[in-house]
Design a protein around this ligand. Structure first.
Ligand code: GAL
Length: 146
């Protein structure tokens, strides 16, 4: 089921912001390439915001420290929740990637390059998400919300 599809090329620029309404079954697909070598503390951040402002609550925060680790969390009322970390690093230096986030009833199912990466249980209602932001050192090819 497609809910308010907002698809289109991202033109590579970050911070990239997209209005989006999510519900169970929604699918966010982000294609890009790290903009710098991993040795330069290259990062990517994906935030699912519950409002259009950058200081709104974050239902899902996915921050990649390329070559090192991935940090996931939520932010409510300006305060970060309990951080989840993974040192599994499916992103490759200089290589294009596809990050897919599927909204499941229990949480966000994250895959990288078609392989399941992490299941992050919902802490905030995904139906409250209004805006997706992708930023830091990444060159975007496309961002789709289906
Ligand atoms: C902080 C970082 C935030 C966010 C948070 C997640 O250290 O400054 O951007 O990643 O961790 O727990």
């Amino acid at each position: 089921m497609a809910l308010l599809p907002t698809q289109g090329p991202a033109c590579g620029e970050v911070p990239y912001t997209k209005q989006a309404c999510l519900s169970v079954g929604s699918f966010v697909k982000i294609k890009g390439t790290p903009a710098m070598p991993f040795s330069k503390d290259t990062q990517m951040q994906v935030d699912f915001h519950t409002g259009n402002e950058e200081d709104s609550d974050i239902a899902f925060h996915f921050r990649v420290y390329f070559g090192r680790r991935v940090v996931m969390n939520t932010r409510q009322g300006g305060k970060w929740g309990e951080e989840v970390k993974s040192t599994v690093m499916p992103f490759e230096d200089g290589q294009p990637f596809e990050l897919a986030i599927l909204v499941q009833p229990y949480g966000y199912e994250v895959s990288v390059n078609g392989r399941e990466y992490y299941k992050f249980p919902h802490r905030l209602e995904p139906g409250h998400v209004r805006m997706i932001q992708v930023w830091r050192e990444v060159s975007l090819t496309s961002v789709y919300v289906i």
